[in-house]
Design a protein around this ligand. Sequence first.
Ligand SMILES: Nc1ncnc2c1ncn2[C@@H]1O[C@H](COP(=O)(O)OP(=O)(O)OP(=O)(O)O)[C@@H](O)[C@H]1O
Length: 294
Amino acid sequence: MQSETTPGTTPAPAGKTLPGNEAMLSVRNLKKVYKTDGGDIEAVRNLTFDLKAGELACLVGPSGSGKTTLLKCISGLMAPTEGEVLLNGTRVSGPPKKMAVVFQEYGRSLFPWMRVRENVELPLKNQGVPRAERDKLVDDALEAVGLSHVPQSYPWQLSGGMQQRVAIARAVAYQPEVLLMDEPFAAVDAQTRADLEDLIRTVWRKLGVTVLFVTHDIDESVYLGERVIILSSSPTVIQEDLAIDLPDERDQLNTRSLPRFTELRHHVYEQIQLAKQGHRPAAAVRTGTGVAVS
Ligand SMILES: Nc1ncnc2c1ncn2[C@@H]1O[C@H](COP(=O)(O)OP(=O)(O)OP(=O)(O)O)[C@@H](O)[C@H]1O
């Protein structure tokens, strides 16, 4: 059966490799060169990876390695120079309907003149979702992020962590198949960050959404992900694609105390140090759970 074409996507041309049955999101030989007055900047050289439906993968890499560039290409906000992004086998050529993005700067992504409820509801209104359905989706999303008690507040009346919860609720209410998050917790305090990390895992498990989570924080990537994709320095390729074989049930105290957590975080740290020093792998290597970490 042919894939349906949704807004922001066009059918993949014949002859292109379609993802395997399980792949929801495929990044294929993605390259991005920025044209500037000072010359070309090759931000991303060649990235290829798949995300399975329902997977939670974290993306880490040195500063300037092209993480935001990659997310912009995946979300259809920017066209790649070469290569393509496929969502359910269909090429992304603009913001796809079933994708939501949460950015770091919640302060700028929420409308200050709209109440919490209106902010969460807005994308659904724009999609023409009927009122009764909209109300239920907004109620459920606010409950999922623990904000049922402040629907009538304005964002500026809330703490930073609560504002980011509003941004997450808005994405959740939209019922995306794929949720992209670009360093969403970078601007909140450590305690709030830990709470929001657990919130993401709870929401992810409850909704079965596919999540690609960009972070600078190595511990966060290991704690959250089923997989950590490590990028090289720019021009970017995949340095390593690491399976995180920690127990599925995670909690801030016990999981972070596991010897395996420490091994994995050391390994990711070392890889990022190598990337910063300019080390480039001959080819992207998918590392299984038996990865030898020092
Ligand atoms: N609009 C642009 N025009 C020109 N160059 C750009 C543009 N956006 C990004 N770049 C360059 O592309 C490279 C990758 O930038 P990008 O912001 O994607 O990296 P990043 O990994 O998200 O960085 P950070 O971790 O510091 O947020 C950098 O060299 C950056 O200077």
